[in-house]
Design a protein around this ligand. Structure first.
Ligand code: GLA
Length: 372
């Protein structure tokens, strides 16, 4: 129990599943993620000396982060992101206090469900709570999301977009979020649970995004924009790309085609989902996977196999890799009632092909991070 003047708090930060709009957030595109009912929980107690001491159920070793610590100097390494968040909160004039915290939860790391953003979000909200601030409103949540994005780059060198922390902070129960990553406008798209269920199947393959493949894709997109004379991919159509085929060369052309077609698919998918047209929505998921596999080149044999097994299963509307790719998991959209059968086929088919199990979970679209 807290003594007088000592604040105890619990932060719950959800993971997210991205329904569609992959590898387009950093190109100012449209994405359609949702916060899910798997997340991290940080139990904390404010400290008066400004230090943040963290333990994690998922990673070994405890961290003691003094005020002003450089992320690169923090040990163990898993806590570096916390130092980046704390430094940015103080630099940007956001309330932040020290605390002792333990991070636990049911969100697997590396499964494409954004455990990394959930961790940064939980630290940001914990530091605010420890500093005595009230939970942020939507504008404050967006500010924190941008800060968490910057912290990810500072701590791990991953030049990611804003999708993951925005989904974790601004998620809405029973809805996906159509995020315009250029304007920052977020529009909840209510999803009737009677029309579609979502499963995620984890390949168990882990690839650290800081290893370079992710940043390479982003650099390729920037190179495309340079060769298009500074024109953003968000403003291009297929015809614009055809005209520039020569200038781009085959690889950059395919990268650009993914981004341009994926943004258009996301817009159509959000409209279809909002209208309850889950058949169209499902078809767009499969098209997205094909584009990520062939044009953006971020899929793997395991991800392709799970998508193939899923789409051949009764009751499945569509499936695609979700998150950055290179490992992680797939999202499956299924008709309600089909979840168990689909889950069984995924697990069995994956085991037959790869000799090990894929973890399948049903996920529900949930609200954003909370502080109690
Ligand atoms: C990771 C990044 C996001 C986004 C996705 C791919 O999750 O953190 O910003 O770019 O990959 O869509």
């Amino acid at each position: 129990m807290a003594g007088p003047g000592i604040r105890d708090f619990v932060v719950r930060a959800p993971g997210r599943v991205n329904l569609i709009g992959e590898h387009v957030d950093y190109a100012g595109g449209l994405v359609l993620p949702a916060a899910i009912d798997l997340g991290l929980e940080l139990r904390g107690r404010a400290r008066p000396d400004g230090h943040v001491r963290l333990l994690s159920r998922a990673f070994p070793g405890g961290a003691d982060i003094p005020p002003g610590a450089e992320p690169a100097e923090v040990r163990p390494r898993w806590a570096a992101g916390a130092a980046a968040v704390l430094g940015l909160l103080r630099r940007r004039g956001e309330p932040a206090g020290g605390f002792d915290g333990v991070v636990a939860g049911d969100l697997p790391a590396g499964a494409g469900l954004s455990s990394s953003a959930a961790f940064l979000v939980s630290v940001a909200l914990a530091a605010r709570a420890a500093g005595g601030a009230a939970p942020p409103d939507d504008a404050g949540r967006m500010r924190l999301a941008l800060l968490c994005r910057d912290a990810e780059e500072l701590a791990r060198g991953v030049r990611c977009g804003i999708m993951d922390p925005v989904a974790s902070l601004l998620g809405r129960e029973g809805a996906a979020l159509l995020i315009d990553c250029r304007s920052g406008v977020v529009r909840p798209i209510p999803v009737a649970g009677s029309t579609v269920s979502f499963l995620v199947a984890d390949t168990g393959v882990r690839r650290d995004l800081s290893s370079g493949d992710y940043n390479r894709r982003r650099t390729e997109c920037e190179e495309v924009e340079k060769r298009l004379g500074g024109r953003g991919l968000r403003d291009c159509g297929n015809r614009d790309l055809e005209v520039c085929r020569e200038v781009l060369g085959p690889v950059l052309f395919r990268r650009a085609r993914h981004v341009v077609t994926e943004i258009a698919r996301t817009e159509r998918a959000a409209a279809a989902l909002g209208d309850g047209d889950v058949t169209t929505f499902g078809r767009l998921l499969v098209e997205s996977h094909e584009s990520l596999r062939l044009d953006f080149d971020v899929s793997t044999a395991e991800l392709d196999a799970l998508v193939a097994i899923a789409v051949a299963s009764p009751g499945v509307l569509g499936a695609r890799l979700t998150g950055a790719g290179f490992g992680g998991g797939v999202l499956v959209a299924a008709r309600p009632g089909a979840e168990e059968g689909v889950g069984g086929r995924l697990a069995e088919g994956f085991r037959t092909r790869f000799g090990r199990s894929a973890t399948v979970r049903v996920v529900r679209l949930s609200g954003g991070a909370e502080v109690r």
